[in-house]
Design a protein around this ligand. Structure first.
Ligand code: AGP
Length: 605
């Protein structure tokens, strides 16, 4: 949601900023804009719609030749997507231009105050109060004015500021919204995330909450919330530029589906040494907990639902899941004997951050499973286990989700071992099962062509059901979400046994039901649910282990996944469902990587 890019150096800023905005498109947006410093002050161009529209407008512009500038992709929150509401925003006197990610909760109060002083606002945005405040407080020192301004703000912001009086300098500030500074040679950058910078530099400095920065061509100065200088060395990013490119695939989503074996390998291998699970980043004594709570949003929540079942089976502790968007509104009983696990690919999801903060306030121990190094969630949580999925660009998560499963599985085995719940043989079987997952995922990918053919048969169905029991049900939820978000088909995931309690009324001739049958101990039960829907005319597409031959007598189509340890089936079982969503969306001509109305990282409540 919203993306920021900035540059100061000796090259023309506009092409660099435009390229950065294109890289940030995946975050979700509905308008875009760029501002540059030129010899005669600040100039900006903004456009509603795609970055290409902005590029067209910029081609016509004659006053955008600067070597220092800021750019933004906006996902509308306050005011409709329009040119005037798009960022950058400029102060009424034209001295300041800013771009902002986040939400200013007290903007109406500040707006009223400034309007009473005669300042005229141009847009309906919350952001504009920031730039008008900057100009109002300005007495010749931008940093002082910035410090005064941010002290007034309640909410979240990643902020970049240009001032006409400070050529070659960009000022930045951050509170609960990501902003990283890219360190180059004779040029510096900043952006919401690394994908926009990686073409230029792999050395980045994270800005922390409450900090401000002054970024010039040859220096980066950081200040704490009291204005004291902070010294911070850049960290080196290991991602390759190829990781942020499509690499010959038509869509990032397909590339990321195909990358899953490598992502699993990168996540699992370093944590399995000599047949033992080693979690260096986790210094927890599991015996201090009498309960585990997992919270997250969307697919990360679905990963948590799988994790719950695996953890309770192995650890024999009560494990609960709650949507992060509901977490803080419950009267949860949390204390130091509760371990709260938050799961997030981006590490920036607003609801998950709020849940994590609430868990900490209530005294629970917190563990984050996160993909993006240095993200807000990674910084706040007591313990972090990174998923090493690499950058995920497609809005629909695939490799992010399976690596979350892998970490939850690793953690469950590690925790159960700490609790003394596993004998030597069981432990070895589990570790062996985990090690086998990358190769098994690779084999599951062979289903792609077959799923593509099935998608041709079923892409025009208006509504589908995904059914399964236990782990299969948790995977059904993710399969259904994948299909909804990229193909826009209605689908529902149901615990197979629940169908007869109401939903079976919706089963009619021709209805496609995807039946997940990897939970072998419950196969007979799911098979009877398949018979119930078939009896009412449904067409059944089953996903089942290769060893299950009975299924051919029940389902119309069968997608066979390689056998794995019974607790780890979700890792391979989700793959045909990701492929189904992809191929159906492709048949239907959908914008697969950037589905409508969705943002990669949901940074508002
Ligand atoms: C997944 O395909 C979705 N785009 C979405 O549900 C996502 O999983 C959710 O917003 C959570 O994101 P996070 O993992 O970055 O916290």
């Amino acid at each position: 949601m919203c993306g920021i890019i900035g540059y100061t150096g000796s090259d023309p800023a506009v092409p660099i900023l435009l390229d950065g905005l294109k890289k940030l498109e995946y975050r979700g947006y509905d308008s875009a804009g760029i501002a540059v410093q030129t010899a005669d002050g600040l100039h900006m161009v903004k456009a509603t719609g795609k970055v290409e529209k902005l590029a067209e407008k910029l081609e016509q512009a004659t006053d955008m030749e600067g070597i220092c500038g800021i750019g933004h992709t906006r996902w509308a929150t306050h005011g409709s997507p329009s040119d005037v509401n798009a960022h950058p925003h400029m102060s009424a006197d034209g001295r300041f231009a800013i771009v902002h990610n986040g939400i200013i909760e007290n903007y109406l109060e500040i707006k009223t105050e400034l309007e009473e002083k005669g300042i005229v606002f141009a847009s309906e945005t919350d952001t504009e109060v920031i730039v008008q405040l900057l100009a109002y407080y300005y007495e010749g020192d931008v940093r002082k004015s910035l410090m005064r301004t941010i002290r007034r703000l309640e909410g979240s912001y990643a902020l970049a500021v240009l001032c006409a009086d400070e050529p070659g300098t960009v000022f930045a500030a951050r509170m609960s919204s990501p902003l990283i500074i890219g360190v180059g040679a004779g040029e510096n950058f900043f952006a919401s995330d690394i994908t926009a910078l990686i073409r230029h530099t792999k050395d980045v400095i994270d800005l922390d909450d409450g900090e401000t920065a002054e970024i010039r061509t040859d220096s980066v100065r950081i200040f704490d919330p009291y204005g004291n200088p902070v010294s911070r060395e850049p960290r080196h990013i290991l991602w390759d530029i190829a990781a942020a490119e499509k690499g010959g695939y038509d869509h990032f989503m397909m590339k990321e589906i195909m990358e899953q074996p490598q992502a699993l390998q990168a996540t699992l291998e370093p944590r399995i040494k000599d047949g033992r699970i080693v979690l260096d980043s986790v210094d927890l004594d599991m015996k201090q907990f009498d309960r585990i709570m997992i919270t997250a949003c969307g697919s990360a929540y679905h990963a948590g639902c799988v994790g719950r079942l695996v953890l309770e089976t192995l650890c024999r502790l009560p494990v609960e899941t709650e949507l992060a968007s509901e977490f803080r509104y419950r009267d949860l009983v949390l204390n130091e004997r509760t371990l709260v696990i938050v799961v997030s690919q981006s590490g920036e999801t607003a609801d998950t951050i709020a849940a994590l903060r609430k868990a900490k306030e209530d005294g629970a121990a917190t563990l984050a499973i996160v993909n993006v190094v240095g993200s807000t969630i990674a910084k706040i949580a007591d313990h972090v286990i990174y998923t090493w999925a690499g950058p995920e660009i497609a809005v629909a998560t695939t490799k992010g989700y399976v690596t979350q499963l892998a970490v939850l599985d690793l953690f469950a085995v590690w925790a159960a071992d700490q609790l003394g719940r596993l004998d030597h043989k069981t432990y070895s079987q589990l570790v062996k099962g985990l090690k086998a997952l990358p190769a098994k995922a690779q084999r599951a990918l062979d289903l792609s062509a077959r799923v593509g053919r099935l998608a041709k048969l079923y892409h025009d169905r208006k509504s589908l059901f995904f059914i399964g029991r236990n782990l299969d049900h948790a995977v059904a939820m993710e399969g259904s979400l994948k299909l909804k978000e990229i193909s826009y088909l209605h689908s529902e995931a149901y615990a197979a046994g629940e169908l007869k309690h109401g939903t079976i009324a919706l089963i009619e001739p021709g209805r496609l039901v995807v039946a997940l049958c990897c939970c072998e101990r419950l196969y007979e039960k799911t098979a009877s649910n398949i018979q119930q829907v078939k009896a009412r005319g449904a067409t059944v597409l089953a996903v089942a282990p290769e060893s299950n031959h009975q299924i051919y007598g029940e389902a119309d189509h069968v997608l066979r996944v390689p056998g794995v340890h019974p607790l780890f089936f979700p890792v391979v079982e989700i793959i045909p469902l990701q492929l189904l969503a992809y191929w159906v969306a492709r048949e239907n001509g959908c914008d697969i990587d950037k589905p409508k109305n969705l943002a990669k990282s949901v940074t508002v409540e």
